[in-house]
Design a protein around this ligand. Structure first.
Ligand code: BGC
Length: 309
């Protein structure tokens, strides 16, 4: 296809309705540590999910129904400065890498790509840039990334994507296979604090609860996982900060369940027992795959590939 003729589709991520298809497919939780998750259903095409973070751009081809990774996860260091041009160049590279690996066999050339950014993204356009280069503000990410990849693209906030994955195949999924009912809040603790809010399984996008005011500044500057490392806080001191932040969130939202994601969630047993809230709180399950998986699920649900719900 001639590049100048390519007009990317703008695809609005559909809301998750809280139900999964009764399709006889094994929806067991994917193993977060490998790409040998439950077998994919025959005929289900994989979708590329890409998670753009402050330190790395990670991608894999994903079975959007089971959430298991079809290809090995690839990672390239995020360029500095992370300007749109530099990041888009790296996105093209990671997609090429995924295509080179085992995912290529089940990816069709025009299959949509799901991508996360650590920013408010509305109708594909970036509105904030707390932890990325300010050059992203106002960029129509669906348009420019779609043109670079020659594929339709769905672009969503990173925490929202991670939350969608957890609600469908992770800690936010109840025993009957549906998303946990009520108000569920997923918080990702990483470079910043991301949030994804669900009401009966439906995402309320771009909640940005990492920017609640705490101690005269943004809460994420006080309680993100990166702050623990930068200030060399013990887990006990970090848990005290989280306690303050979570009490604030709890006072404002009265959620029914809080899920804690981000890289630090694998050490949840070191800090969650020190947290005392009225709300039940649990570690997320998909660890650093959640963003990739959720992005792929949202892209699959855009109408161009088999959907997960
Ligand atoms: C950004 C959010 C993002 C979070 C986690 C925050 O600084 O404002 O959009 O979800 O970091 O990356």
């Amino acid at each position: 296809m001639n590049e100048s003729e390519f007009v990317p589709m703008v695809i609005e991520p559909p809301p998750f309705t809280g139900s999964l298809p009764d399709d006889g497919i094994d929806h067991r939780l994917p193993d977060p540590t490998s790409h040998d998750g439950p077998a994919s259903a025959p005929g289900v095409r994989s979708v590329i999910g890409i998670d753009v973070g402050g330190s790395g751009i990670k991608a894999a081809s994903v079975d959007p129904v089971t959430g298991s990774l079809i290809s090995e996860r690839v990672r390239i260091t995020t360029p500095t400065p992370a300007t749109p041009d530099a990041v888009i160049g790296t996105i093209v590279e990671v997609v090429d890498l995924v295509m080179d690996r085992d995912g290529a066999t089940r990816l069709d050339a025009g299959a949509p790509v799901g991508l996360t950014l650590p920013a408010v993204v509305r109708s594909g356009t970036v509105s904030t840039a707390a932890n990325i280069d300010p050059g992203w503000i106002g960029v129509d990410a669906v348009d420019v990334i779609g043109r670079a990849l020659h594929r339709p693209v769905v672009v969503v906030n990173d925490a929202d994507a991670a939350g969608v994955a957890e609600m469908r195949v992770g800690a936010g999924r109840s025993d009957d296979g549906r998303a946990v009912a009520g108000v569920v809040l997923m918080l990702t603790l990483g470079t910043g604090i991301g949030s994804a809010l669900f009401v009966d399984g439906t995402l309320v996008p771009n909640t940005e609860l990492g920017h609640l005011p705490l101690h005269g500044g943004d809460a994420e500057r006080y309680a993100a996982s990166s702050v623990r490392k930068a200030e060399r806080l013990s887990m006990k001191s970090y848990a005290q900060r989280l306690q303050e932040y979570l009490e604030l969130v709890e006072r404002l939202l009265w959620p029914d369940l809080i899920l804690i994601g981000g890289g630090i969630s694998k050490r949840a047993d070191e800090f969650l027992p020190l947290i005392d809230l009225r709300t039940p709180i649990m570690p997320a399950r998909l660890r650093n795959q959640a963003g990739i998986v959720g992005a792929a699920m949202l892209a699959a649900g855009s109408g161009s590939a088999p959907t997960a719900g």
